[in-house]
Ligand binder design. Structure first.
Ligand code: SF4
Length: 451
């Protein structure tokens, strides 16, 4: 972009200094494609995309298509070792400016989607006031990997985009006070589909609105999104960096599942991937990651490994036994490690499905006295029939026993709460009233929000 001609190197340096792990420069015309590839060759943390923007669709030729195809399928492609071209884009439809006739925009969009399919690269999609045509064309193309960039649609469109398997990228306008629809979308996107971007030199976030945008300002967009989603800036940085790396094939993915991982100010312990339920909404069935942390374990950790992974318990608000599964399956480990955490001045919470007494065929709650401060139990349904249908427990009579577990927990553990997920068929109000009758806290967890 010409806007960076006077100080491009200083802008790149500021991006690096602000903590940006990788930067993708977007191709939208031939000069931009060539300039982006040059930058990607020059800087190790810069990557580029190649494509032709709908604004210029009227100038698209067979020669241009061949050139873009050549880049996307050659040594430059990120799918070859050392290649730095990570996507086909920016492509799409723009019915706001209508700089090119709409039928030509659609034709050029279709051709480049086909190229993405052939080259196995994700797409970066621009869609402005052209929601229906964009979604229809993407749907018919069969392309299912990419991002809707600078998303400006509503929640309904976001859900359709995600259902097709696409990421959604949020830019600076989310920081504007009046961007309520965008803020609603930014709150609702599941972690694994969220990306952030600058669209520099455009769409400058607050507090720099009105000035030229640049990559370093992404921090301000990330801060606002963190606040909207009730996580920390560190959480958003980790989640979006991981998503970008996975989508665009940048760098190595973590091989090992993490034993201890931080979300907000708490430390979570991943002690097993086994569970006695098979809940329809369980994230384990479609992802290895929670909030940017890889949780699929290669082996169940020992007590020593867990203690080593914790470090100093007192530096966290609380230490949460959860697992990417049911932690009570490892009761002895919980008891020994929780005792150690308390001795070190830490606070202990357990997140459980409430099957502890079914697993051990005895009342285990008294064994947790004095070593557990809080327990959060998944109630998950208003009655046995719904529970069995949604959670598919391996035990008969499980719902009844979960209710008993809650009653027993209340006698021994200082703070007891139950959770439900906003899944189809779950009567939240009836669950709330059950929690009230049991005299315990109640929390509703949105489907797709884990951690
Ligand atoms: S109880 Fe939790 S870990 Fe187990 S299947 Fe259900 S959601 Fe997954």
């Amino acid at each position: 972009m010409d806007a960076f001609d006077p100080d491009r190197e200083a802008v790149i340096q500021r991006a690096k200094d602000s903590g940006i792990a990788a930067l993708i420069t977007i191709g939208s015309d031939m000069a931009g494609n060539i300039g982006g590839i040059d930058l990607a060759e020059k800087y190790d943390f810069i990557y580029s995309s190649v494509g032709f923007h709908p604004h210029d669709a009227k100038d698209f030729t067979g020669e241009i298509f061949d050139k873009i195809k050549g880049w996307a399928t050659s040594r430059y492609s990120a799918l070859t070792k050392g290649g730095k071209i990570v996507a086909i884009g920016e492509i799409g439809l723009d019915y706001h400016y209508d700089n090119s006739p709409r039928d030509i925009q659609r034709e050029v969009f279709r051709k480049q989607l086909l190229l993405a399919k052939e080259s196995n690269l994700p797409v970066i999609i621009h869609s402005r006031e052209a929601q229906k045509d964009t979604l229809d064309i993407v749907e018919e193309s069969g392309v299912r990997t990419g991002v809707f960039h600078c998303f400006s649609g509503d929640l309904k469109m976001a859900k359709r985009v995600i259902a097709m398997g696409f990421h959604i990228s949020i830019a600076g306008p989310v920081t504007f006070r009046k961007s309520l629809t965008l803020q609603e979308v930014a709150k609702a996107i599941p972690d694994e589909y969220l990306l952030i971007e600058t669209d520099a030199p455009y769409l400058t976030p607050e507090p720099f609105r009105g000035r030229r945008n640049e990559p370093a300002y992404i921090v301000h967009t990330a801060q606002v999104i963190a606040k909207i989603r009730n996580v920390t800036l560190e959480d958003i940085a980790r989640i979006t960096t991981l998503n970008a790396r996975r989508l665009f094939h940048i760098g190595e993915m973590p091989e090992q599942g993490e034993i201890a991982y931080k979300i907000r100010d708490s430390l979570y312990l991943n002690i097993t991937n086994r569970c006695t339920n098979r809940c329809a909404f369980c994230i384990r069935f479609h992802s290895d990651y929670v909030k940017g942390h890889k949780l699929r374990l290669s082996h169940e950790p020992t007590e020593e490994e867990v203690i080593q992974a914790i470090g100093d318990p007192a530096q966290y608000q609380e230490i949460v036994f959860c697992g990417y599964g049911e932690p009570m399956l490892r009761l002895d480990l919980i008891k020994n490690v929780a005792r150690w955490i308390k001795q070190q001045g830490g606070k202990v919470r357990i997140n459980t499905n409430g099957h502890g007494n079914l697993i051990y065929k005895r009342n285990i709650i008294p064994e947790l006295r004095g070593i557990v401060d809080r327990i959060s139990i998944s109630l998950d349904a208003q009655d046995e029939e719904t529970y069995n249908r949604i959670c598919k427990p391996e035990f008969g009579n499980a719902y009844h026993e979960v209710l008993n577990f809650i009653r027993e927990a209340k006698k021994v553990i200082p703070e007891v709460s139950v959770t439900v997920v906003t899944a189809k068929g779950i009567d939240i109000e009836q669950c709330r009233s059950t929690a009230g009758e049991l005299g315990v806290g109640f929390r509703v967890r949105n489907l797709d929000v884990v951690g």
